[in-house]
Design a protein around this ligand. Structure first.
Ligand code: AMP
Ligand code: ZN
Length: 465
């Protein structure tokens, strides 16, 4: 399997640190508002990467943090007259609602910065001890010039960074490139006790600390949007490698931007749609499908036209699945014929093509193209005279490939109460006619759809499991 590593700027063969395991850290959202569809891109992309590793049989330890202490959160709390934890709790809950709609698996751990302050204080103390950090008036700064490899991820050289830096020189910093690890408390802000007085952490330190705590000093993959390469990920490398004396992440993966009118979608530019906005017009599985229709490193220009095309594409897959299921139900012959067995060679080659695309730096765009080829082949090769076994193989393969990338090809329609009542009546009729096999079949079918029956003296009661 090949992964494009931002660190080496090339595709590299994936070799895990420990056989059969993947340790993966993805920088998570700052929880102060509803996330926009630009933020959804890394969430969808790296969930898909994780799913593919799991499909390959890896045991994936996936960590995604919540940044729940930050200026934006503090401002939001002030605006709304509530506490910062009320803000963060609310938006963490909203985040999970969006994530569920996008069919994102829960991370193995979702640590919160505010619950890891002690670990941050410890790592900052270690950095001071090792002369990689210094304290000035309650601020602690990382001493960038003492970390030789600074700039290795973003390929920036330190002299250029210094001379190019237009920021007003902060008298406190020994060097303009030094960055903050701890800052002193300001009135009305959340703060914690520390050896440098009451205060709160800078942004970068939390990821170094949480990654170490939940995954260990060395991890396989660290990921996020490409805007995180500098300074966030560069600073994480500086902190982790200086504190631990070991290289940090083996592979650095970054997704390209979701643009609108060829400009990065961002909260600060005001050119954004929240996931909720989009969900008014499209189901969120269309949004997931849309994101995966491009390779994760290429920019995507968001448009209604492309969303409509994704909707049509997804419907095409689902219609094929529905048609195949209908064929399975109506099929007269069970066992596959020799001709059909031969046709399955094409199916196998399309599965191989799908896998090869995914193995090539998770090329979901090409992988989806193989799914479409398979759908086209299924539509052409499955006929009224197809055997049950053949149609079943086709439908299972389509569903399986879609499932690998988190797309549900089979939409289970929710049963309406009136449908349940009608089925219960049919079961009663079957019993009256002493057709107990049919009655039992209906009970099992309902159970399969999450409906539990209870026979009481007053009649049949049911509930959703
Ligand atoms: P933020 O809330 O800005 O810290 O972003 C959270 C995550 O979303 C980070 O991984 C960003 O790199 C990513 N992100 C933000 N905006 C976009 C965008 N327009 N396209 C792709 N990724 C983005
Ligand atoms: Zn981070």
């Amino acid at each position: 399997m090949k992964i494009y590593n931002t660190l080496s700027k090339q595709k590299e063969e994936f070799v895990p640190l420990e056989e059969g395991k993947v340790k993966m850290y993805v920088c998570g959202p700052t929880v102060y508002n509803l996330i926009h569809i630009g933020n959804a891109r890394p969430i969808i992309v790296f969930d898909t990467v994780r799913r593919y590793f799991e499909h390959k049989g890896f045991d994936v330890n996936f960590v995604q943090n919540f940044t729940d202490v930050d200026d934006k959160i503090i401002n939001r709390a002030k605006e709304e007259g509530i506490t910062t934890s009320e803000v963060t709790e609310k938006y963490i809950e909203e985040f999970f609602k969006d994530a569920d709609g996008l069919n994102i698996k829960r991370a193995t751990t979702h640590p919160k910065a505010t619950e890891e302050i002690q670990g941050m204080i410890e790592m900052i103390s270690t950095l001071i001890e090792k002369d990689f950090a210094y304290e000035k008036n309650g601020n602690v700064y990382f001493k960038t010039l003492n970390f030789e490899d600074y700039g290795k991820l973003s390929k920036k050289n330190i002299e250029d960074l210094v001379s190019g830096s237009r920021v007003a020189i902060n008298e406190e910093k020994e060097d303009p490139m030094d960055f903050v690890l701890w800052k002193p408390k300001k009135p009305g802000e959340p703060a914690w006790e520390s050896p440098w007085g009451e205060g709160r952490p800078g942004w970068h330190i939390e990821c170094s600390v949480m990654s170490k705590k939940y995954l260990g000093e060395q991890i396989d993959i660290h990921a996020g949007g490409e805007d995180l390469i500098f300074p966030h990920h560069e600073n994480e490398i500086a902190q982790s490698e200086s504190a631990n004396g070991k290289s940090f992440a083996k592979y650095w993966m970054h997704n390209g931007f979701l643009n609108i009118d060829n400009k990065k979608m961002s909260k600060s530019e005001g050119n954004f749609f929240t996931i909720r906005d989009i969900n008014e017009k499209y189901s969120l599985d269309v949004l997931r499908f849309f994101m995966l229709s491009a390779h994760y490193r290429t920019p995507i220009n968001f448009s209604d036209e492309l969303m409509k095309a994704s909707q049509t594409g997804l419907e095409r897959i689902r219609t094929a699945v529905t048609n195949l299921k209908f064929r399975i139900e109506k099929a007269n012959v069970e066992k596959m014929t020799e001709i059909e067995e031969h046709l399955l060679l094409t199916v196998a080659s399309l599965v191989e093509k799908f896998e090869a695309s995914m193995e090539d730096d998770f090329n979901t765009a090409d992988a989806i193209a193989s799914i479409f080829e398979l759908v086209k082949f299924a539509n052409l090769s499955s006929t009224e005279s197809s055997t049950k076994e053949f149609s079943l193989k086709l439908v299972d393969t389509i569903i399986e490939l879609c499932d690998i990338i988190g797309i549900k090809a089979e939409v289970k329609k929710e049963l309406l109460d009136s449908d349940v009542d009608a089925m219960i009546q049919a079961r009663q009729d079957a019993r009256k006619n002493k057709d107990f096999a049919e009655a039992d079949r209906i009970r099992v079918e309902l159970l399969d759809k999450g409906i539990v029956l209870e026979d009481t003296r007053e009649g049949v009661r049911w509930k959703r499991a």
